[in-house]
Design a protein around this ligand. Structure first.
Ligand code: PRX
Length: 652
């Protein structure tokens, strides 16, 4: 993808200081945390680790840093489920609601910390009964139901690492992830409710496990969520409710080293093979607890916090499960889509539970804008105190709409930049301390050191550059599962001494950062990462496709949308039906989120004389722009033909 240019940078003069009454009672209302962290960032994080997390054995060294390998809180031991559950119960908060869960059909469940503890201990014993032990990995492929969080916490109780696979992914994605991680079990459900009907999951697990494609998987545990018909494989599959009925609620937490593996989460890189991002225990928990507390100005005794993401992505891991539970707060968890049964579903939920913090994505905000603020106005959202956004750059129009229509004009917005790899927030305002500008994520949080650099690695203090992180941070990824070389090469080689994960940004003369998006071949569709290479390999997997090139084209709602250009094999005739079949093929291979907005069947692809596909031109075509320089093309007539075909496919 092209690198950021000065034209991408908009000047934004509107500023929003924290409302005085908000700042007056905020956890942080000045620069003190930044000052402390800038003076000694290791001491700062050590203080957070000891204050926010309970250690069964204190650490002796805060950081061992041998680029790219970091060890945080060395010598320390802790158990995450104990931090999330037992210690709150011991402090007399067992009756506090951990989750107000709302199913899409309208069924609800209120789960206290004491109840969650009991379920977690029971399921940990179920896993133990299946022979799972510290150091093993399991996959989780579930809808947004409480059992998903219970499974994750049960893993942490006994030292099993989890790999959550987003419920929208395909059987092939399940196979790849289970094989790579050598997962010994999968926890799933028959289906989950989506848009008013059950959306099957177990059948995808069955397909994935057919023909011994994922031979490490010995067990499948199935939650009965929707009462749909499923086939249970004898000796392999068990029902959640049957296993839980017999399980003991007594399960001692396994002490884990600070650097023991907590989870793997697969994410798209620039190649067709997703990488298993590794997160470990002590540093991860410290940073997600710190950021959840300060970025959302958490008042756990009174707040009702809601992160409306899916636990299948890192946002849900850090800010639905681990951050909120470590901080002992009450959260809302919702199973379904925002338009079921009506377009005011989220606002109805927010009003009913008295939600105080809402965390969502720009793509969702743009959708709500399209639906009209009348949907919002039907509900009383006056309890909202902080609004968060994540996943992609937020355009100032969407920021202003969020501010005015959801926040009533006086609710701070925190635009949080981070990644699967960073584990927790990295760049964000703190709501009681930061003056914000619409569209800017402000600057690094206390204890994180973000800097822009130019092509040569020189620091840029005003203008455009590559977004890098100059010092290690506690929740940083510890590697790519099974591929240390790729870890070093991907993140640490481009700018020596710095972490670089592919974003371009601008910094203005006030020090405000504006993240512009990826500068590599990774697309951002509705805040979800998909690589062009992944979609290209799914396209060429179709028997009619000879060659394919994929670009992410700007889209008003989803940020970017996938457009595929495809050359057909010899005898195949281009037709609308075939284009549609190829689009569907990608959805089947990768999951519905990767279904291209358009597949354009073309006679040839624009290539340089050295044979490189000119994606820039294809993106220009997809976005309907006047084409730039085409003189390096081997055959200029190709582009005219592609433009004609693309225009025809847009009209369809
Ligand atoms: O390009 C950035 C964009 O999302 C990428 C990370 O994607 P993922 O690992 O899936 O994690 C998403 C949720 C943390 C980044 O490289 N991104 C994320 N947050 C922002 C953002 N871009 C601009 N502003 C943000 N607030």
């Amino acid at each position: 993808m092209s690198e950021p240019t000065i034209e991408d940078y908009y000047v934004e003069d509107r500023t929003f200081a924290p409302p005085a009454d908000f700042a007056a009672s905020a956890l942080c209302c000045d620069q003190s945390l930044w000052d402390e962290a800038n003076a000694d960032f290791e001491a700062f994080w050590a203080r957070q680790a000891r204050e926010l997390v309970t250690w069964s054995k204190d650490f002796h060294t805060t950081l061992e840093w041998d680029l790219p390998n970091a060890k945080w809180f060395v010598g320390g031991q802790l158990n995450i489920s104990e931090n999330c559950l037992d210690r709150h119960i011991a402090a007399g908060k067992g009756d506090r609601v951990a989750y107000h869960w709302e199913g899409e059909p309208g069924d609800t469940r209120t789960i206290t910390y004491a109840e969650l503890h009991e379920e977690v201990c029971k399921f940990a014993n179920v896993l133990k009964g299946l022979g799972l032990k510290k150091g093993d990995r399991i996959a989780i492929y579930m809808p947004m139901i409480p059992e998903l969080a219970i499974t994750m916490l049960a893993c942490t109780r006994i030292g099993v690492a989890h790999s959550v696979i987003f419920g929208g992914f395909s059987p092939d994605a399940i196979v790849d992830r289970c094989v790579d991680a050598e997962a010994r079990a999968i926890v799933t459900a028959d289906a989950g409710f989506r848009r008013g009907a059950p959306s099957a999951l177990k059948v995808n697990v069955d397909t994935a496990l057919d023909d011994n494609k994922a031979p490490s998987v010995e067990h499948v545990v199935v939650v009965n969520r929707c009462d749909t018909d499923v086939t249970m494989a004898e000796g392999r599959d068990i029902w959640w409710h049957e296993a839980m009925a017999e399980a003991s609620a007594d399960c001692a937490p396994e002490p884990m080293d600070s650097e023991d593996l907590l989870y793997l989460l697969y994410t798209s890189g620039t190649t067709a093979k997703p990488k298993g991002i590794m997160h470990t225990t002590g540093g991860y928990l410290t940073q997600v607890a710190f950021t959840h507390k300060y970025v959302f100005d958490l008042q756990p005794d009174t707040d009702v916090y809601w992160c409306a993401a899916d636990i299948g992505w890192v946002t849900g891991h850090s800010y639905i499960v681990y951050g909120p539970l470590t901080n002992g707060c009450t959260s809302v968890m919702y199973e379904g889509t925002p338009d079921t049964p009506a377009r005011d579903r989220l606002w109805d939920i927010a009003e009913r539970y008295g939600v105080t913090q809402l965390y969502t994505a720009p793509t969702a905000i743009r959708t709500f804008m399209k639906w009209g603020h009348e949907e919002v106005a039907k509900h009383d959202l006056s309890k909202l105190r902080v609004l968060g956004t994540v996943g992609e750059p937020i355009n100032p129009e969407a920021w202003m709409w969020y501010h005015e229509h959801i926040g009533g004009g006086n609710t701070p917005i925190v635009d949080t930049w981070w990644q699967t790899e960073t584990g927790g927030h990295m760049i964000s305002p703190l709501p009681g301390a930061s003056t914000t500008k619409p569209g800017s994520a402000n600057g690094a949080i206390p204890g994180v050191f973000a800097e822009l650099v130019d092509d040569n690695g020189n620091v840029v203090t005003e203008g455009g550059g590559y977004l890098t992180i100059a010092k290690p941070w506690p929740s940083m990824l510890r590697g790519i599962w099974g591929d240390p070389e790729r870890f070093h090469e991907t993140y640490w080689s481009r700018f020596p001494g710095r972490y670089f994960a592919g974003d371009g940004a601008k910094i203005d003369n006030g020090g405000y950062l504006w993240v512009l998006g990826r500068v590599d071949d990774v697309m951002n569709i509705s805040g979800h990462r998909i690589s062009t290479a992944e979609v290209e390999s799914a396209l060429v997997d179709h028997q009619a496709v000879a060659e394919a090139a994929v670009v992410g084209a700007t889209d008003d709602t989803t940020g970017q949308a996938i457009v595929g250009y495809v050359i057909l094999r010899g005898t195949h005739e281009a037709s609308d039906e075939l284009g549609e079949e190829i689009r569907q093929h990608v959805a089947t291979k990768l999951g519905a989120i990767a279904r291209p907005r358009a597949v354009v069947l073309v006679p040839d692809l624009p290539k340089t004389r050295s044979g490189k596909i000119m994606r820039r031109l294809l993106r220009d075509v997809a976005e309907g722009r006047v084409l730039g320089d085409t003189t390096t093309l081997a055959d200029e007539s190709v582009v005219e033909e592609i433009k004609t075909r693309a225009a025809a496919s847009d009209e369809d």
